[in-house]
Write a protein that binds this ligand. Structure first.
Ligand SMILES: *Cc1c(COP(=O)(O)O)cnc(C)c1O
Length: 358
């Protein structure tokens, strides 16, 4: 039987590996997807329930109320904001808007696993620049990797999965080496968890660079991963090129309303972020006392560079009772996010029982 043949780029895509979810048996401790351990606030649940009454209607295609609220929140014109069904979608739309198959897209590696997939779907060539020591972006090497074919550079701060944030000073030095015709996308999915005072803040950097696009999400700090809301901030001309690429009506009305309610409850949500950050620091301190050597962690997760033992370490944690689910990257390391205090206690105990240290 002869069937239509998909594009070569599609056949060659690496697959996105979601964090393990666990099967039957005891309720696992899920620390594999960098999710927020807190359930939605009552005010957010009420907004979601209220919006359920009108799902027979299409949502506002332009997410006007949310766009307006985000513009006000970040002190930008509405034209500087574009929303989408998760920041992964927004990143994909930005790549679609700016890259041709003859272009190159540079990003650090290991970094967020969506980058090679989204880039190759556009047909553009991926250029992966190895991370420096400590899981940090090697920004000088990234400038060095640029050619006249480079169209987009993706930066991830804090870097998923290794943890460090990019510092403002190194970011500004990097931008000096980037021509204004190259789009720099700063993916700040975890920016609300950053406590390094020297870290770059994408919103502030926007005032200095019109070729910068900042991607943010409601999935992590705001705890809406299951509803899919992300957005990007940038120069209105850059943003206006991305808007037509957004799949019409992909950001549901329920998601729009939940994001709005979350912005209104930001104070309460950011207290939770503070608690997650405190837990992150408590875990890291405990692990360092046990002899582990995790790199600096500025997100809601940390990295253990277990290399050849990545799978063994994940299996060890998966064999705990209840099982602890983490995200191994074979041959490289294991990414683990901070959970509730009780979950983190179990994690610390299970890691103490592992025979080796990384
Ligand atoms: C979680 C994450 C996102 C956000 O994804 P959503 O599509 O908004 O859920 C984006 N970038 C990185 C690096 C992430 O880890």
């Amino acid at each position: 039987m002869t069937l239509p043949v998909p594009r070569d780029a599609v056949a060659a895509l690496p697959s996105y590996v979601p964090g393990a979810r666990g099967g039957g048996g005891p309720q696992p401790i899920k620390l594999s997807s960098n999710e927020n351990p807190y359930p939605p606030l009552a005010s957010v649940r009420e907004a979601i329930a209220g919006a359920a009454a009108s799902v027979n209607r299409y949502p506002d295609m332009f997410s006007r109320a949310l766009t307006e609220a985000l513009a006000a929140r970040y002190g930008l014109p509405e034209g500087a904001v574009v929303t989408g069904a998760g920041s992964v979608s927004v990143l994909g739309h930005a790549l679609q808007a700016f890259t041709e198959p003859s272009d190159q897209v540079i990003y650090a590696w290991r970094s967020f696993e969506a980058y090679p997939i989204l880039t190759r779907l556009t047909g553009a060539e991926t250029v992966e620049v190895p991370l420096a020591d400590g899981g940090r972006h090697d920004l000088a090497a990234m400038v060095g990797a640029m050619t006249e074919r480079t169209k987009v550079v993706l930066l991830c701060s804090p870097n998923n999965p290794t943890g460090p944030a990019i510092r403002e000073e190194e970011f500004e030095a990097f931008m000096q080496g980037v021509p204004p015709t190259v789009l720099v996308i700063l993916d700040e999915a975890y920016v609300e968890f950053v406590r390094d005072p020297l870290a770059v803040d994408g919103r502030n950097a926007l005032t200095r660079h019109s070729n910068l696009l900042v991607a943010r999400t409601f999935s992590k700090a705001y705890g809406l991963a299951g509803l899919r809301v992300g957005f990007a901030l940038g120069d209105p001309e850059v943003v206006s090129a991305i808007r037509p690429c957004v799949t019409p009506f992909s950001l549901s009305g329920i998601a729009q309303v939940a994001a709005l309610a979350s912005l209104e409850a930001e104070g309460e949500l950011f207290e939770r972020v503070d608690a997650i950050v405190a837990e992150r620091e408590r875990i890291l301190t405990a692990l360092r006392t046990q002899g582990w050597n995790p790199p600096e962690a500025q997100g809601n997760f940390f990295w253990l560079e277990a290399r050849d033992e990545a799978s063994a370490l994940a299996s060890h944690l998966g064999a705990a009772a209840p099982p602890i689910l983490v995200r191994p990257f074979g041959g490289e390391g294991v990414r683990i996010n901070a959970g509730s205090p009780e979950e983190n206690d179990r994690l610390i105990a299970a890691l103490e029982a592992y025979p080796h240290r990384f």
